[in-house]
Every structure is written in structure tokens, then in C-alpha cells.
Design a protein around this ligand. Sequence first.
Ligand SMILES: *Cc1c(COP(=O)(O)O)cnc(C)c1O
Length: 362
Amino acid sequence: MNRVYNFSAGPSMLPLPVLEQAQRELICYGESGMSVMEMSHRSPDYEAIINQAQADLRTLMNIPDNYKVLFLQGGASTVFASVCYNLLTGSGKADYIVSGQFSKKAAQEAKKYGDIKIVASSEDKNNTYIPKTCREDFRPDADYVHICFNNTIYGTKYNYIPDTGDIPLVADMSSCILSEPVDVTKFGVIYAGAQKNVAPAGLTIVIVREDLLGKCRPDTPAMFDWKLMADNDSMYNTPPCYPIYVAGLVFKYILGLGGLNAMKAYNENKAAVLYDYLDSQSYYTAPVEKDSRSMMNVTFVTGNPDLDKKFASEAGKAGFKNIKGHRSVGGMRASIYNAMSTEGVEALVKFMKDFAENNPKA
Ligand SMILES: *Cc1c(COP(=O)(O)O)cnc(C)c1O
């Protein structure tokens, strides 16, 4: 077995101990005589798995009792629509901050359902920063404000939580959930596709404040109705059983490391290895403004598209996979989620130094 350094933006690395445990339990889970993949979601074994996963996520994120945790299907992109069915039902107005492609897509989807205002955007500088907002920027009667907390493609992250007053704040945390503690009470809804930092693709986590439930549009498909899902403990229909099981293993793994404070310390130190190097030289440039840098997705360019291409190709051959930037940004992107080791980032920096030396700019 020869595992590479996988810098994929998603689906992405999982912690090796989690994969090993899943492997040990793959064919026969506990005393059940079957794989988790083969289990009825209504069986006592599976109920224990999903209940424990929820309890551990609540502990990890310090989720208050007045929030529901939903394990759904459909990915973050489904939530772009389901948030409208559930919340865009008072004034029918919602305010969006556009800080990248996913927040833009979320706003575009929402426009089908109501009066959507883009209150701030970073598109003027190719999304290399997080827009600053204050409470007065938002319409007082908006049903919610939507943000994308970590912008996977551009490598930016909110270093503050926008003050929206009494308006519920809805945050897409697909690429930063569980990377550090967040104050859940500041949000009405937190959601995330699991395939970046939590589990295999197929699971979507929605954390929603209870008082926001039960107001959905009359034409809401049952599968989009978060109250129905909450009332049925995410078992209205068959949930994504196996990804929930792996998510549960990841939750236990992070708890074992010391929880999200420990995870944050590890991630900060790991990201600093790369950012400190980027700041110390002039061969590569990091386009993101310093106070908006993501701890999970680090973007950089050589300034020469041919060199960028060569970098990604040689990096791949040297065992640093999926380092090519998103097609809309170019350059390189190292996604260094929880499961990426500091050693992996140190090895990448060494490769970057060697590449710079061997490929002088004209
Ligand atoms: C990957 C990603 C999405 C899209 O997620 P899907 O689960 O593929 O729908 C949305 N938002 C962010 C921030 C992402 O990183």
C-alpha cells in the first residue's frame, strides 16, 4: 500500500485510522453478522450508530438542545433550494453575501423562490477577500441572511461572524465544518456536504434552530421538509446509512484527539507551514488577502500559466495529487482538511522549493 498526499478539494482525504476501522468492520460489524452497508436502517444496531453519531457531533460542536441535527441526502447544493422551502416564507425576502461560486449558486437557486438581494460581493476582485458587512446592510424584514463560511474554490474564510441582528444567519460550512470550534448559537442554520471534511459523499448535515422549523411552503416536497425530517430523526426514509457510519467514526476520532480546540490548533499550525513559506519568498504568490485566508484551502500561483501547469503535473508525479487549482482560478490549490498531516504539508513545501529552484523564471 502506498498512499499519496491527496490535496483534493472534495471528496477528500479521510483519517487513516478511520479507514482502517471501517475496513476491519466492513464485512462484519460487531456481533451483527453483517456489514453496515447491509443493515436495515431500522435495526437496533443501526439506530445505535446514527444516535451515537448525532450525540458525538453535538458534543464536538457544542450544539445547544434547541437545535436539531439532520442527516440528509442531496449535498449542499440541495440545501441551496431546501433552505428556501423552509425559511423563505415570511416576507419572502432573503439577503445573500456572494463570496465565491457556491454562494453565487445558492443565490441563483434562491431567486426562483423569492426576493433575493445580493447585499455584498467580492466578485470585483475575483473573490480574493471576504466582504465586510454590518447590521444596517441587511433588510430588517429579510427571512434570513445566507453566507458561505469557507470558500473552497478561492481559499477564503470568514474571520468574523456577520452581525445580522435578529435575522437568522444561514451558513454553508461544507469545507470548514469540524476544522475549528464555531459558536452555533450565532447561526440559525449551519449546513455542510460531508465529503470535504467529514465522510464519503452522500451525507448532508443540517443543524437548524428549532424555532425556524414548521414554517415551510405548502408545496414543499416531503424530502425537503426539515421539520418532517427532524420529527423522524432523519429516518423519514432511508438515510445515507454508510456515510453516517463513517461520519460517526470521524466524530469519535476527533473527540479522541481532544475535540475541535485541538483540531484547530493542529490545523492552524499545519496551514502556517504553507502560508509562512508563501510569505517568505516571491516565486509563488498567494492571491487571497491575509485576513481572509482559509485554513482548509490554500491557493497560490506562479504568475505563469505554463509553469502552473508544469507544477501540477510534476507534483502529481511526485505523489502530491489533486493540487491543480479550480478552473475558474487557475494556479494551484492545496486542500489541507483535517485528515491532511502536517508532514504532508511540509513535504509539499519542500517540493515547492525544489520546483522554484529547478524552474527559474525568465
Ligand atoms: C463542495 C461545496 C458545495 C457543493 O457541495 P455538493 O455536496 O456537491 O452539493 C457547496 N458549498 C461549498 C462551500 C462546497 O465546498
